[in-house]
Design a binder for this molecule. Sequence first.
Ligand SMILES: [Zn+2]
Length: 423
Amino acid sequence: MLLIKNGRVLDPATKTDAAQDILLDGEKIAEIAAPGKITRARDAEIFDAAGLIIAPGFIDMHVHLREPGQESSESIETGTRAAARGGFTAVCCMPNTKPVNDNASVTRFIVDRAKSTGSVRVWPIGAASVGSKGENIAEIAAMKQAGIVAVSDDGKPIATAKLARQVMDYCQSLDLPVIEHAEDVSLAHGAVMREGVTSTRLGLRGMPAAAESVCVARDVQLTELTDARLHIAHLSARSSLELVRWAKQRGLKVTCEVTPHHFTLIDEDVQYDSRFKMNPPLAARDDRDALLAGLADGTVDAIATDHAPHEPALKDVEFDRAPFGILGFETALGLALELVHSGKITLKRMVELFTTGPARVLGLEQKITQGQAGDLTIFSTDHEWTFNVKESSSKSRNSPFDGRSFKGAPMATIVAGRVVWKR
Ligand SMILES: [Zn+2]
């Protein structure tokens, strides 16, 4: 048994914001009560959470763990250890591994590896098409039986409107969300950053915001046609956000996520440094302003990191040749707290974006109630620290936030009643 004392419980799902003690017994939450009121646990181990916030376990619904196939960049073991250090109790891993997670045997491999080597829960996402090649629909029903929570061809969009419609129809009947990496590849082809004054100044090829929003528009129309649940991954452009807002107003089942790097950095921050190269690329200042408004007003459903490790041998090359993607787990909460400290979003809203928000997209519940799984994220809003990427639990080092100082940090991550990481 573990008794967490003296903390402030902040749970948007139950609308709780109060000093409470929590008793964990086995894998579950056994009791929640006012401070000092839990008396039946005299022999319980004590976790003193004085001055700290206790939230439902954070969910990162968009990550790349690179296993199977690219273990020189990351593994389920190292990736989930980094996730735990970031305060996440569950992560959804994208299917673009080698081989691609497009059938039940790969899904089962991931689920089994996560059980034997993972620090946090791993919920796989299955490919929408065979090999994510955009030609034939994948074995989605069999993968669902094996444990996938959504489908996506992430890394690229579902190739054609025809296939997207077919995938949505199928996922509608299975009640699975379709997660779209929204990109019109004909507009984005060959681009390495966002098109604009900065791309011109740097002499780098840019893609316009429309490369994203054209695909969002297509999929929103297809959602209306199929009644499927559509989730837009790593949304970065104002034009895309406005489409999502419009779709929500119409009552369509459209949701979206935003990454910490897109709400923190903009295209003007890009240097000839591959740690600033990701897809979608860092957007314009005006886009970031729109994302901040969407995070505050509820148009954005989740913060997701798009944790995308690449080993130095691959990533530390010239900008044009480097792969897209950066690390995300260990800096996500620190970056989100910057929005809280600057008054852009409330603390409650931030917790929502890491917990009830992604849970709702996935059709799950993440809350602190008796009998619920003992998954908790304990964090500080004022602990000062500096991120040193060399100390990361990830195998990779590709973070533009190396050396950044933060106010507020994850302090402990509890999964199924067990402390899997503590600062
Ligand atoms: Zn993507």
